[in-house]
Ligand binder design. Structure first.
Ligand SMILES: [Zn+2]
Ligand SMILES: [Zn+2]
Length: 191
């Protein structure tokens, strides 16, 4: 599960496949290939990411495209399977997210401020990426067809603003306990 920056002399990253992944793979891009490509791009501009990273394909997350978790001295980077779909732009979808998460493994970079933001700006300038704080499906990277459809819609009876939710929450269950943030109007669930 270890990935070294010396990718040529050592076995490549091992991808941990989550349940359901095996049957999806033939249609999907190879995460390992793109992860190594991103790493060599960072190597070329002397950005030092952690030598201990495992990559995991997340088959469930739809709103979140990437995630980086620190476990002891190593890191786990989760990449949503949505980004491995051939219809997604490689550079601004998949690789953008991989690099966003790789930068979190640099020293002092778990937050999106300070050092992380500096490194993101450096990568953007060097390669024309658009790496920024949030990696979510509202960036326009994901064609609407592949985006998670809201399961619940709450309507403000005052200003008609619609609030969409993918998961259940106290707001979804009891909209009458809340008020519209824009106009203070009453909320009603319409889906
Ligand atoms: Zn981040
Ligand atoms: Zn309102």
């Amino acid at each position: 599960m270890l990935i070294s920056r010396l990718a040529n002399s050592l076995p490549g990253p091992r991808i941990i496949h989550t349940r359901q992944t095996a049957d999806l793979l033939p249609k999907m891009r190879n995460l390992e290939f793109y992860a190594l490509e991103c790493m060599s791009e960072l190597d070329a501009i002397k950005i030092k990411y952690s030598p201990n990273i495992s990559f995991v394909i997340n088959t469930r997350a739809k709103a979140r495209l990437g995630l980086c978790k620190k476990i002891g001295n190593s890191y786990v980077i989760e990449i949503s399977k949505i980004l491995l779909d051939e219809h997604i732009d490689v550079k601004h979808g998949l690789k953008n997210t991989i690099i966003h998460e790789l930068l979190h493994t640099c020293r002092g970079c778990m937050k999106h401020t300070g050092k992380w933001a500096e490194l993101a700006a450096k990568v953007n300038a060097a390669y024309g990426y658009n790496i920024k704080r949030a990696t979510n499906s509202s960036d326009g990277i994901i064609p609407p067809r592949l985006q998670a459809q809201p399961k619940y819609i709450i309507l403000c009876t005052g200003c008609q603003t619609e609030i969409t939710r993918i998961r259940r929450s106290p707001l979804v269950d009891n909209p009458q306990n809340y008020r519209c943030a824009k106009c203070g109007g009453k909320l009603e669930r319409i889906k």
